[in-house]
Design a protein around this ligand. Sequence first.
Ligand code: HEM
Length: 464
Amino acid sequence: MVRKQEETFFMILGLDPERIYLWLHRKLSEKYGPVFTVWLGQQHTVVLCGYEAVKEALIDQGEEFSGRELAAIFKTYLKGHGITVSNGERWKQLRRFSVMTLRNFGMGKKSIESRIQEEARFLLEEFRNAGEMPIDPTIFVMQAISNIICSVVLGNRYAYTDENFQTLLTLTNDNFRIASSAWGELYNIFPNFVEFLPGPHRRFHKNIVQITSFLTEAIKEHERKLDPTSPCDYIDCFLIKQKQERDKPGSEFFRENLIASTINLFFAATETTSTTISYGLLLLLKYPHILEKVQKEIDHVIGHNRCPSMNDRVNMPYTDAVLHEIQRFTDVVPLSLSHCVLQNTKFRGYTIPKGTVVIPLLSSVLHDKAFFENPETFNPGHFLDENGFFKMNDAFMPFSAGKRMCLGQSLARMEIFLFITTLLQNFTLKPAVDTKKIDVQPERGGLLNMPHSYKVCVSSRKPL
Ligand code: HEM
């Protein structure tokens, strides 16, 4: 039992629940060290801070720490189905299948690269249509990102004007905002109490019902059109597997898992990546000298007669460093998703009982002073050596590590590179307000760190 460094705390008293990760990192970890426990409501939770502790748990003792205990707000509707909330045999089957299927549809490969390049052209069109008017890029970026995962999972991209698509994204964004708000955190800490109060969690549940019915319709459509000899997307492949394993005892390929896995992929892929890109653009508006250096590198390496491709990345060390620093600084999933230990686990002299919830505090890894010279500052130099070459850093862990590590990492990294470089190749970006007034601290930061909303003025650019 972790006893020594234990703090009982009801966070409702005097804490900003939208910044739990700061409280855990800056207050409790400073006082108690890299491993301690807190009571979050009735939940006894072990928190791991800094690169060494997180790496020892998730990588060196990866099997024991690979359990999942997801926040109450998600548990309520997923009911243990799908990839993200499950454990044991269910998780193994669904994760293995999903990784393989996404790879077969080109994730991390050339085929998905051309889909992203094509979508980037649609995104350019949306920016161009705005003319001189300042625009909030968030919704366009979200549509573009969402269209990539929709292509892979549903076999479809949607026009940006499609009303159903717009509704789907509005509901998704609303849910992430609720889950990342103080209310969402309170719900997670005191679910049995908050459940009976009026509040935004009710809207969260309603949104989920609507999102589920959209995806269920899409699944029915797939069932009607399925050609088992020629699967077009993730849902087709799942349906085929479901048929193949119909009589196999213990098969996890059934409808509830299909719906939940589809929701998992859609949710996990859309908001995280689009937040990273929108937040990244905001940082570039705040630091125009960095933006200018990236655009110079784009002009030099790619020019203006072709679109960016993944092969360019290795020749663009400064841009690569900026994109890594964007992911480090924006710290989009600060608390990771909660884990739990699958058995009684010895860790750094403590015994953590089976089933205990564990938070690997990714935020503390991305701000680990032993790895980043000045973690609170946005500085691409964190990823450059003295000769200006790109330098990887072990504590770059925005996708977490170990067995539960994000399964969409290669897709997300491709999207971040291709969308940002394509936008910067084609547009001059100017903030709609004085750069001094741009606040780059997150507006909210429960589940996701989300930027303040902002506007940008775009104009077609001539090379610098
Ligand atoms: C910048 C973009 C992204 C970030 C920062 C991110 C981050 C994360 C993090 C921190 C986790 C939790 C890992 C853990 O529990 O240790 C996770 C899990 C997950 N991510 Fe991502 N993610 C991103 C994009 C994506 C994309 C594009 C996809 C889909 C193709 C995806 C699918 C998933 C899934 C399914 C899980 C659950 C894995 C499991 O429980 O086994 N993510 N992600």
